[in-house]
Design a protein around this ligand. Structure first.
Ligand code: CAA
Ligand code: NAD
Length: 283
């Protein structure tokens, strides 16, 4: 199964990064979002990121220009109809993703593969919205996509071997190291990471320490590259809350209960870096 053309849906922080690494790997890329302004924001973040890689000599001018030339953008889903692989990276909201996958399933060639970059929603459930559950898979990139080596590859209950192998090959060609896991809430990455971030938020709520102090403890004491509150702001507090809700619903245990402070901050529109304010300010 040869993949040449990749559709990426959602030009937010993850979709833009995925489009960039796909184009750098030589794939033809169509990037889709709902509005032209969102596509422009995504493209400018791609240009900034790939510009940094050029500055640092991680790719040359020709590779830089060729990668940018491989990316086209659209607001029309129908422009993705001849893609061999479509990677979805829209908001972490199950009904919105289900609706999109129903539409995509009707639009794409029967052999095309559908992948979701969801942080936590069960791949098997997303696949059930389509008539191609065997060609449906989780392709979970890490943020920031151009720098992080891991792609967590999640097999849904019915995902077939050919699809898994094709997607592992795509991830490797993007310069990533894919790791296969099975479909349980939060997979491996977020089942382990998010309860830690949630606990750090709970520490803020209980007044255990300031956000700065909590981040310093984890950076200097555990050698984490970012403190947990900086990382939560970076991921997006709305996305963190959605993931905690999936963990809590799916695994039941009280240890996965989203911190009330996390919920309150999302209600207040404090979503972290993307909204300009979370535990820190970004203006
Ligand atoms: N593209 C290209 N270059 C980038 C970049 C991007 N998107 N983002 C940062 N850089 C560059 C910076 O400009 C900087 O360049 P200079 O050295 O020239 O200044 C360089 O990379 C290093 O960045 P920083 O000095 O700002 O910071 P750093 O050394 O801490 O590295 C980092 C940045 C790699 C992001 C590091 O902080 C890190 O690993 N953080 C943790 C990230 C993480 O945990 N990600 C997973 C999140 S969870 C997830 O993704 C799953 C989910 O479902 C929620
Ligand atoms: P984001 O809010 O930065 O971007 C989401 C984008 O999707 C927005 O541009 C929005 O306009 C667009 N969108 C929404 N509905 C759409 C639709 N129907 N069609 C096309 N575009 C649509 O979010 P993000 O942080 O990039 O996260 C995207 C996905 O990746 C989520 O499922 C999230 O859980 C997952 N993820 C996020 C991270 C992270 O650290 N933020 C890491 C790994 C995976």
């Amino acid at each position: 199964m040869e993949i040449r053309k990749i559709g990426v849906i959602g030009a937010g922080q993850m979709g833009a990064g995925i489009a960039q690494v796909a184009a750098q790997a030589g794939y033809t890329v169509v990037l889709r979002d709902l509005e032209q302004a969102f596509l422009e924001r995504g493209l400018s973040s791609i240009k900034r990121s790939i510009g940094k890689l050029l500055e640092k000599g991680k790719l040359d001018q020709q590779a830089h220009d060729a990668a940018l030339a491989r990316i086209t953008t659209t607001t029309h889903l129908s422009d993705l109809n001849d893609c061999d692989l479509v990677i979805e990276a829209i908001v972490e909201h199950e009904p919105t993703k289900l609706e999109l996958f129903r539409e995509l399933d009707a639009l794409l060639q029967p052999a095309a593969i559908l992948a979701s970059n969801t942080s936590s929603i069960p791949i098997t459930r997303l696949a059930s919205a389509t008539r191609r559950p065997e060609r449906f898979i989780g392709m979970h990139f890490m943020n920031p996509v151009p720098l992080m080596e891991l792609v967590e590859v999640i097999r849904g209950h019915l995902t077939d071997e050919a699809t898994t192998q094709a997607v592992l090959e795509v991830a490797r060609r993007m310069g990533k190291t894919p790791v296969e896991v099975n479909d349980y809430p939060g997979f491996v990455s977020n089942r382990i990471l998010l309860p830690m971030l949630n606990e750090a938020i709970q520490c803020v709520m209980e007044g255990v320490a300031t956000p700065e102090a909590i981040d310093q403890v984890m950076k200097l004491g555990m050698n984490h590259p970012m403190g947990p509150l900086t990382l939560a702001d970076f991921i997006g507090l709305d996305t963190c809350l959605s993931i905690m809700e999936v963990l809590h619903r799916g695994l039941g245990d009280d240890k996965y209960r989203p911190s009330p402070l996390l919920r309150k901050m999302v209600q207040a529109g404090l979503l972290g870096r993307k909204s300009g304010r979370g535990f820190y300010r970004y203006d």
